[in-house]
Design a protein around this ligand. Structure first.
Ligand SMILES: Nc1ncnc2c1ncn2[C@@H]1O[C@H](COP(=O)(O)OP(=O)(O)O)[C@@H](O)[C@H]1O
Ligand SMILES: [Mg+2]
Length: 151
């Protein structure tokens, strides 16, 4: 499923729509795309839709940022600076990919095989000054989400 994102507001809005449709159980979203493609912008729209009021930056150095919003916990990862997937052991992955958390991951490929499979993969690409988002649903919950996405 391809979605044209004409400007930054459209990327924020996609984050908002998807946040509102996330199922109540653990849900993992991989955000793919080059630097500046819109992964963090999407995450910002997503977190704001769930009531987060402050900043949302890529957690490039801390690797993961936790947000307690509404009645959910959202973990926002940025694995760009991970030099070895084994470093993830120190993060204690089981603490994140459990319960009914939502996990947003930028640069998930850096995490290698240790990471659990995503429900949804969103790939952002440049289209001149705008962006495109390509949604790939990999679980029944994600298929339902995409069906309900009215954009
Ligand atoms: N649909 C869009 N069209 C044009 N610019 C966008 C769009 N979405 C986001 N941007 C801009 O592109 C940049 C994306 O940065 P960011 O979200 O930090 O990217 P990433 O996390 O993928 O590196 C920001 O400057 C943002 O304002
Ligand atoms: Mg980013």
């Amino acid at each position: 499923m391809k979605i044209h994102l004409a400007d930054e507001a459209a990327t924020l809005e996609l984050g908002k729509f998807i946040a509102k449709l996330c199922p109540p159980q653990l849900f993992v979203i991989h955000l793919e795309g080059e630097l500046g493609a819109g992964k963090t912008t999407f995450s910002r729209g997503f977190l704001r839709a769930l009531g987060h009021k402050g900043n949302v930056k890529s957690p490039t150095y801390t690797l993961v940022e936790r947000y307690d919003v509404a009645d959910r916990t959202v973990f926002h990862f940025d694995l760009y600076r991970l030099s070895d997937p084994e470093e993830l052991d120190y993060l204690g992955l089981d603490d994140y990919f459990s319960h009914n958390a939502i996990c947003l991951l930028e640069w998930a490929k850096q995490g290698g095989e240790l990471l659990p499979q995503p429900d949804l993969v969103i790939t952002f690409t440049y289209q001149q000054h705008a962006r495109n988002a390509d949604l790939l649903a990999l679980s029944p919950a994600a298929i339902t989400l995409c069906k309900n996405l009215n954009i």
